[in-house]
Design a protein around this ligand. Sequence first.
Ligand SMILES: Cc1cc2nc3c(=O)[nH]c(=O)nc-3n(C[C@H](O)[C@H](O)[C@H](O)COP(=O)(O)OP(=O)(O)OC[C@H]3O[C@@H](n4cnc5c(N)ncnc54)[C@H](O)[C@@H]3O)c2cc1C
Length: 396
Amino acid sequence: MAQKKQVLVLGAGAGGLIAGNYLAANGYRVTIVEKNDYHLFQPGMLWIAFRGHDPERYMRRVTELVKPGVELVKGVVTEINLAERLVKLSDGREFSYEYLVVALGAAYDYDAVSGNRELLEKYGDFFSGAEHARRLWQAFSSMKEGTLVIAAADPGYKCPPAPHKAAFLAAETLRERGLLGKVKVVLAVPFVHEYSSENIARIVAPKLREAGIEVKTMFTVESIDVEKKKLYSLEGEELGFDVATVIPVHRGPLDKVEPETAVDEDGFFKVDKHTLRIEGYDDAYAVGDCNNTPTSKTGVTAHLGGEVVAERIMGYNAVFTGRTNCPLITDGEALFVISDYEHPPVPVRFSKFKRLLEDMFIAMYWPSLRDPEKWSPLFRAYFEATQPKILAKLGW
Ligand SMILES: Cc1cc2nc3c(=O)[nH]c(=O)nc-3n(C[C@H](O)[C@H](O)[C@H](O)COP(=O)(O)OP(=O)(O)OC[C@H]3O[C@@H](n4cnc5c(N)ncnc54)[C@H](O)[C@@H]3O)c2cc1C
């Protein structure tokens, strides 16, 4: 029997682990290159920053998340040459491949907005790692009065409900401590409505009011004066703060990709939105936050994309639909922002049951990364039952 092909996966995040482990389960020779020793469950940063959770709850060693037989290489990818099928690492090592899966996530550009790096250093944030989330918890939890501002420097950030979840969790902590009101929570969004989708804004706006969260719409952070404690917006307004956190501008993960035309002006890999193949290459795919698909950058899209790419390499005609399933949690309830390429987010209800599903997800997260082939039938049943075209008619 012919030996199955060799696949080089870059990044052991959600997309890379799903694709790599899925292929390894089907007999492919898989190498995964990852720069970190630990994989972080990124939604956990919200709980570290605004509920004071221990970071260890949300981290696992990458070695525990790859299947036996997968070769795990620790290193920093610096360059991809698609025409030569060559990947270079910062220490000079080079790797060739038969198939390439780029799953390097998004990078953050703290220098795109003046003052954002200084703000990060002073208060931390809930996007760039457990250490920064911990620093934000220290700043937030020491507030006895004043204003906490949660804002964004660009509308194109990952997990669209993340700042809303941050505001609800912060308000929950303050309410428990009897400080809500003395400490004001201001959520500044770069949208016309309280949420990017009007359907969801209509549902979430009353919940934000009930939770005592003040919302400032049409506020895209353009610059920050950390000394004066002021955020200035592109739209020409300013907001004062005592503690603030600003979601940074996102970019593609690599400075050097050959040919340059394989990435867009922000460095995201240009892919066919249904097959996730990098434009012009039959042997290279880009999955998750690092590609330019016109859908939200989320763990669910990375997960589903990882499966699609693995199946396409295995010879199946799998198709990526752009499906999202972002949880938006309030105090005790949740809804999922569900959409795909054909359907904008469908209006759904908040419920305690959805919050239960969301809280249970972390328990499924780790085994589903390591053994995607076992969990896939369960996830498929959920995604099929909750297709936007079904929910648009029946609601949920
Ligand atoms: C606060 C917050 C809350 C979120 N909540 C949700 C949620 O509730 N639901 C949801 O679906 N999504 C959520 N997300 C988004 C989700 O976490 C990401 O979209 C998802 O992790 C993307 O997966 P990925 O594999 O594309 O990238 P990542 O998971 O970021 O993985 C990229 C991997 O590549 C590695 N890497 C990067 N550069 C290099 C390099 N040069 N060399 C070697 N290795 C490298 C990184 O270390 C990392 O391990 C949230 C994100 C944040 C920040």
